[in-house]
Design a protein around this ligand. Structure first.
Ligand code: ZN
Length: 466
């Protein structure tokens, strides 16, 4: 029912490019590289289905290996149905003198996304009924969609709207709505554990930068970074059309979601706003704790907010039947910056340094997630004799020796298989990074053994449905 194939050409290319990129990209230039990737994807007219999505995935596949999945139109996915595939070749509004007063070729936001095809002459009165504008910001073109109601329309700047004369206009939307597919992609990075970390981002907006391209860029570069490592967790990057794509993914993966131990929806990561973390519906999961802690320790201006069923695909991952430990990490919030869903969400709004900072935050979160395990002290009866093991030497001279001494003693004491690294830091009051270093040193010295994580994500409600 749900077709699943790998685009051999792209995967082969991606594999090759993954090897080429190993050790060649210093962190500093990542912001510029992500900005360049955004510039490459920006002109494409994306929607929830159609060529715009596959063209975008082909660009991402030059950076990371992707598995492409296609779900045919008409497929039932929970309460929803995959719509007809929408494609568009061009659109315009032409006055009686033959001037194209509005042209899709200049900006793909001009067409109401998912417009049905239309080609006829209309009066100014009829045309106005199908025009969308933003009177408050008269230079900007709004972004509007009509996925589930058949209609046609144009989005224009309010200045364009006002300049339209009393005339007859030829309107042409050269689009098609046909039986086809919804396409999404995954990049799976196997780790030592079967437990997975989900990173999900939407890929369905046309020429809008912060809203969708920034999330795609940060997710792609985070995946690229992880591909060079041997992570503890397995990582699943999911590039889906918003809402319907996430619903289709959940429908196809209903039996596998219990592997997801942590997750983040990545969106709105390229503007200059302070970070906002929206917690998972459960509100007290490890990912909620880790993101909050990293934000607290590194960013003076940030916000942590409780879950709400608005925003991006956390709405689906956190619907009560799944209730996954998935939060949403963004800078500005959807609908809460002036350029949101307008032509001003463009290459001037997103900045390489903001993208860079966002990627660094995600990397930090991943680093803590990877480190936040439980250990068992292998010498639990009385303190081990540290001096004979040369532990401090391993760390080097620049280290805070007193802090490390405290970290070592606390870690040895609380490493009873019941405390995570974060819990040891919290209970001891010793900085998390010192505890992480202490764990590494003690583990290398054979004084700590790792505990394989329990399947903590198997919540009672999901168990009862199995
Ligand atoms: Zn949006």
């Amino acid at each position: 029912m749900i077709a699943d194939y790998t685009d051999n050409k792209d995967t082969a290319f991606a594999k090759q490019s993954t090897h080429l990129h190993v050790h060649t990209t210093p962190m500093k230039s990542m912001g510029e590289q992500m900005y360049k990737l955004i510039g490459e994807m920006f002109p494409i007219c994306r929607s929830i289905t159609g060529k715009g999505v596959t063209d975008t995935l082909n660009i991402i596949a030059k950076h990371i290996p992707l598995t492409i999945h296609q779900v045919p139109s008409g497929t039932k996915v929970f309460d929803w149905e995959i719509p007809l595939e929408w494609n568009i070749r061009g659109a315009y509004i032409m006055d009686s003198k033959g001037n194209k007063v509005v042209d899709f070729a200049n900006n793909n936001l001009h067409v109401l996304n998912y417009s049905v095809p239309v080609h006829r002459n209309v009066t100014i009165g009829e045309l106005r009924e199908h025009l969308y504008t933003l009177p408050e910001t008269p230079d900007w073109i709004p972004y509007r969609t009509s996925y589930y109601k058949e209609q046609w329309g144009f989005c224009v700047s309010h200045n364009q709207y006002r300049s339209l004369k009393d005339d007859r206009y030829e309107i042409h939307i050269d689009s098609s709505l046909e039986h086809g597919n919804l396409t999404y992609a995954e990049c799976f990075i196997p780790g030592r554990l079967k437990e997975e970390v989900l990173i999900s981002t939407h890929i369905c907006h046309p020429s809008l930068c912060n809203d969708n391209l920034s999330g795609i860029a940060v997710a792609t570069f985070l995946a690229k970074e992880l591909l060079q490592k041997q992570p503890r967790y397995s990582y699943r990057f999911v590039f889906v059309p918003g809402t319907i794509g996430a619903i289709a993914w959940l429908a196809a993966n209903e039996k596998n979601v219990m592997k997801i131990k942590h997750g983040l929806v990545a969106s709105l990561l390229g503007d200059g706003g302070a970070f906002v973390y929206k917690k998972s519906r459960r509100g007290n999961t490890e990912i909620d704790e880790i993101v909050s802690s990293v934000l607290r320790s590194k960013y003076v201006n940030h916000k942590v907010i409780d879950f709400n069923p608005f925003g991006y695909d956390e709405r689906q991952y956190c619907s009560p039947g799944f209730n996954l430990p998935v939060g949403c990490l963004s800078r500005s919030l959807p609908g809460q910056y002036p350029e949101y869903h307008t032509s001003a969400d463009n290459l001037d709004l997103v900045r390489p340094e903001s993208l860079q900072e966002s990627l660094e935050l995600f990397s930090d979160i991943v680093r803590i997630l990877e480190a936040n395990q439980k250990y068992v002290n292998q010498n639990p009866r009385c303190e081990p004799l540290l001096s004979k093991r040369n532990l401090y030497h391993t760390i080097g001279g620049t280290m805070n020796k007193e802090g490390l001494h405290q970290a070592l003693l606390w870690t040895l004491n609380l490493a009873d298989g019941g405390h995570t690294v974060m819990e040891i830091s919290r209970r001891s009051g010793v900085d998390l990074d010192l505890i992480i270093q202490a764990c590494n040193v003690l583990h290398e010295a054979g004084l700590l053994a790792e505990v394989e994580p329990m399947n903590e994500l198997l919540t009672a409600d999901i168990r009862s449905r199995e």
